[in-house]
Design a binder for this molecule. Structure first.
Ligand SMILES: Cc1cc2nc3c(=O)[nH]c(=O)nc-3n(C[C@H](O)[C@H](O)[C@H](O)COP(=O)(O)OP(=O)(O)OC[C@H]3O[C@@H](n4cnc5c(N)ncnc54)[C@H](O)[C@@H]3O)c2cc1C
Length: 375
């Protein structure tokens, strides 16, 4: 079979690969986007779709904020089925200790130009009357939003195809040194290959660590107005920070349908995708502690997904040491819906040598990856 020649071959058509294909194709590159499952079989189909600025580190903050602004710019182009809502996040503080975190967070966000509003007990009760009474307050981040990830990825994929990108269905066996080989024997050649295969990325490119971090989500039947913002307990930060322990946190999202999406859990060293009753019950109980009337609602679907977690909680975006043709775009953990657009921009900046809007060094694979001796 004659190899197919492109300027860039992108492996994985989840939201990260789709965003990269869209960015490169609209820049005029000849792009191949390859996925074995067609549309959205990975984390993108399972994600919560919270577009959130997070301040775990300066680099995480820079990437999430940059990407959030890119989503805002895209807003008027998004079709209705993407269900983009600028509903804002409220970080809920249960007690005075968590209120101290509210003030710390506000100072950090405001210093970096992200608007916030501190809510006292009464203001929180007014904005979210279905939260349990007696919570200390919270921090409203009005520019955060939510969307429906599978349709957002579909939009980016279709825009890439409209800009002449080609979608190939197939399973990639090998990638590197300017070549990609599929299981059916088809080969591709390109000066740039992007491994955007999510949690599967290390199977194609050995030498770096991306661990699976399992999550559960549940969705209720319709109850419009019950939740108005994405509500997250400040304790979520502890849960998201742990690199070893299973954890749950109160994290609920209003859907445009009036349904309530309930998260979230994190589990390590778990490979199977079945629903784990124990952790699901813990997660739902935690949600009910914050919103007691959730107990009266029906859960109509529960599912799981896997986040791709790096040891330093930052994604891998950039060339692989030892193979200048091979780029990584993976390791986005619980933020890949948010950061997909910024990832694509940084990738194109690297491919074209143009300056980036934010420093790209914190995300370069060279910080974590051994010299690549594959293919
Ligand atoms: C429960 C849960 C909640 C989340 N909530 C949020 C949230 O609120 N906000 C947020 O920003 N992020 C969230 N995330 C994270 C987000 O979903 C992911 O970071 C993001 O979807 C990753 O996208 P991706 O394109 O890198 O990977 P994926 O969507 O997994 O796509 C990888 C693709 O690669 C393909 N592939 C793999 N190997 C091969 C191969 N050998 N050949 C061909 N194709 C291959 C797969 O078929 C797949 O389609 C959540 C994740 C989970 C699990």
């Amino acid at each position: 079979m004659i190899p197919l020649a492109y300027d860039v071959v992108i492996i994985g058509a989840g939201i990260v690969g789709a965003a990269c294909a869209d960015e490169c194709a609209r820049h005029g590159m000849r792009v191949a986007l390859i996925d074995r499952d067609g549309v959205g079989g990975g984390a993108t189909a399972a994600g919560m779709g919270h577009l959130v600025v997070m301040d775990d580190s300066d680099a995480q903050f820079a990437l999430t904020r940059y990407s959030q602004l890119l989503w805002q710019q895209l807003r008027s182009d998004l079709p209705a089925d993407v269900e983009y809502e600028a509903c804002g996040t409220i970080w809920v503080a249960a007690d005075d200790q968590e209120m101290a975190e509210v003030y710390r967070k506000r100072a950090y966000y405001e210093r970096s130009g992200v608007p916030t509003v501190v809510l006292d007990q009464r203001a929180l009760e007014r904005l979210e009357p279905n939260l349990r009474k007696g919570l200390a307050g919270g921090l409203l981040v009005p520019e955060d939003g939510v969307l429906y990830p599978p349709c957002a990825a579909q939009f980016l994929r279709e825009r890439a195809l409209a800009a002449q990108a080609k979608l190939h269905l197939g399973s990639v066996l090998e990638a590197g040194k300017g070549r990609v080989r599929l299981s059916d024997g088809q080969e591709f050649v390109a000066p740039a290959i992007v491994n955007a295969a999510g949690t599967w990325a290390p199977e194609l490119t050995p030498g770096f660590v991306v661990k699976k971090r399992k999550g559960h989500l549940a969705i209720t039947d319709r109850s419009p107005g019950f939740v108005r913002h994405q509500l997250v307990e400040l304790g979520y930060l502890k849960s998201a920070h742990s690199l070893t322990e299973d954890s749950v946190a109160f994290n609920v999202q209003p859907r445009r349908t009036g349904q309530i999406l309930i998260g979230s859990s994190r589990q390590y060293e778990v490979e199977h995708s079945e629903v784990d009753d124990g952790i699901l019950v813990r997660m739902l109980r935690r949600a009910q502690q914050y919103m007691p009337d959730l107990a009266a609602m029906s859960i109509i679907r529960v599912w799981t997904g896997f986040r791709a977690a790096t040891p330093d909680k930052l994604p891998l975006i950039g060339p692989l040491p030892g193979d200048p043709t091979l780029f990584l775009a993976t390791g986005h953990e619980g933020l890949g819906i948010t950061t997909s657009l910024a990832t694509a921009r940084l990738l194109l900046d690297q491919l074209t040598g143009r300056p980036s809007a934010i420093a790209m060094e914190p995300y370069l694979p060279s910080r974590l990856v051994r010299e690549h001796a594959h293919v």
